[in-house]
Ligand binder design. Sequence first.
Ligand code: PMT
Length: 401
Amino acid sequence: MKNLLNKKILFIICGGISAYKSLETIRLFKKNGAEIKTILTTSAKKFVTPLSITSLSQGKVYSDLFSVENETEMDHISLSRWADIIVIAPATANTISKLAQGTTDDLASTVVLASDKDIILAPAMNVRMWEHPTTKTNIKKLKGFGYKLIGPDVGDMACGEYGEGKMSDPSVIAEEVDKYFLNQKNNKKFKALVTAGPTNEYIDPVRFITNKSSGKQGYELAKSLSKKGFDTTLISGPTNLEITKDINLIKVETADEMLVATQENLPVDVAIFSAAVADFKINKKYENKIKKQENLNLNLEKNVDILHYVSNHNSMRPELVIGFAAETNEIDKNAEEKLNKKSCDWIISNDVSNKDIGFNSDYNEVTIHYKNKDVKKEKLSYKKKSGISDEIVDRIIDQLN
Ligand code: PMT
C-alpha cells in the first residue's frame, strides 16, 4: 500500500460495535505512512477511547463541535479543508441518515457537510437496519452526492443475526483507500477541457440572443474531473456560478469567443462539450442601440460548431471527445444522429422537455451513447448533477486507462 504515504486522512468513527475495528484500520493507515486526525462521535466514545486512538494514530482526536480548544487550534472548516479524504468507518445508520438529510448537530456531520473532499463510507449495522427502505433511500441519496461505499459485507453479526450489514475488514478498507489515491495519481497526468453555460449572441450593444442554460452541469463536471486529479480548464459562457481555484476558469460571452478559448486550450486528453452554444449569431451586429420600429428583420448566420471542429481536428483531437444533446423528442434517435454527425466518441443526451432535469435544474438523468463500444448506450438514473458528473468521470477514467 504505497499510495497512503503522506496522505491526510480525516477518520470519523461512529458508535457501533465494529468501532473497535477502527483501531486496526488506523494502525494500517499509520503503518503505510498516512497522517491521521480522528473525529469520534459521542456514541463512538462508548466503544473506543480517545487515548487509545491518539496512541495509535499519533494524531489529534476531535469530538466536540463547540470546544474552545479545538476551535482555536483547528476549527471544523479548517479540519474539512485539511483532509485529502474523509473516511467514515463504521458509518452507522444514524450518521448515514444525518448526512443524507444535511443535519449538522455534531462535529462529524458538520465537518462532512462543510467539506469538498471525497467521502468514503464503510457502513456497519444490523441486517434489518441495512435493508430498511429508509437506509436504502439514504444510501442512494449519498451515492448520488458522490459518496463512495466500502461494503458492507455479509456475515455473522455481533447481535447474533446473519446477513448484510457487517463492516468490511480493516485491511479491505485500507486497501480501498490506497486504491483511491492510486487512481488519483494515475489521473493526475490527464488534462480535461469542459465547456459550460449559454452563449450570448449580440444584436446591438444591449440586446442578445441566449438560452436557459445555467452552466450547472458543466461546472459539476469540471469539479468532478478536478477532484479526481484532472488538470481541468472550464470555458464558461455567462453564469452566476462560482468554481474552486484549482480549476482554470475562462469566461467568455459569445460562441466565437468560446471557439477561440477552446482552440487556445488544446491539446487535452478529454474534452466535454456541455455548453448550450447558440447555433446562430447576428450576421452584422448593430453598432448602436436599435431604435423602436415597426418591423425588424435580423440576418442570422451559423456559428462554428465547436464540438464538430474539435472532433475533426487533425493534430490536436483529444483522445476522448464527448458532446451533450439537449433533446425534447426522439431522444435516442437524435442523439445517435448527433454522435455520427459531430464525429465525437460519446454523446450524453438529456430530455430537456422535463423541467425537473436538464436546463437550470440541480438534477439530471442522462443516457451516454457510445460510438466504439459493445454496449451502445447506458442510462445514468435521476440524481444531482454532481452525482451524474462523478459517474461520467468514472467512465472517462476507465476509458483513458
Ligand atoms: O447548463 P445547465 O442549466 O446545467 O443545463 C445543462 C444542459 C441541458 C445545457 C446540458 O446538459 C446539455 O444538454 N448541453 C448541450 C446543449 C445543447 O445545446 O445541445 P445541442 O444539441 O444544441 O448541441 C450538441 C452538442 O454540440 C453539444 O455538446 C454542444 O455543446 C455542441 N455545440 C453546439 C453548437 C455549437 N456551435 N458548438 C458546439 O460545440
